[in-house]
Design a binder for this molecule. Structure first.
Ligand SMILES: [Cu+2]
Length: 114
């Protein structure tokens, strides 16, 4: 009886493991670049763009979805120079092209796996 409960509990934990291990990826926002510039993630990954802290504050940047997979709503962060972050959970597979609207050379690509 006890043994059965333990196995049941173990299966339950395994069953919820994917949600527990939900992926995340952080992108650094610099002058004038995103790092990394190209990244591949699993579907459902939460991507966080992180602006520098006060000590490393630079120019003002934002991040905007220029083109994405069909059906994905465009998004855009605030424009900020420091102590800011912006996150988006990417649930649709495909290629996401992002740009800083203040610096057209500042681009990045995210590929979301199927
Ligand atoms: Cu910028």
């Amino acid at each position: 009886m006890i043994r059965g409960l333990v196995i049941g509990a173990t299966l339950l934990v395994m069953g919820v493991a994917p949600a527990y291990g939900a992926a995340s990826k952080t992108i650094k926002v610099g002058d004038n670049f995103y790092l990394p510039k190209t990244v591949t993630v699993n579907r459902g990954t939460t991507v966080t763009w992180k602006w520098p802290g006060y000590d490393e504050a630079g120019d003002v940047h934002d991040v905007k979805l220029k083109t994405g997979p069909k059906g994905v709503k465009k998004f855009q962060s605030e424009a900020a120079s420091t102590d800011y972050s912006f996150k988006r959970k990417l649930t649709v597979a495909g290629t996401y092209k992002l740009i800083c609207t203040l610096h057209e050379e500042m681009t990045m690509t995210i590929k979301v796996r199927k």
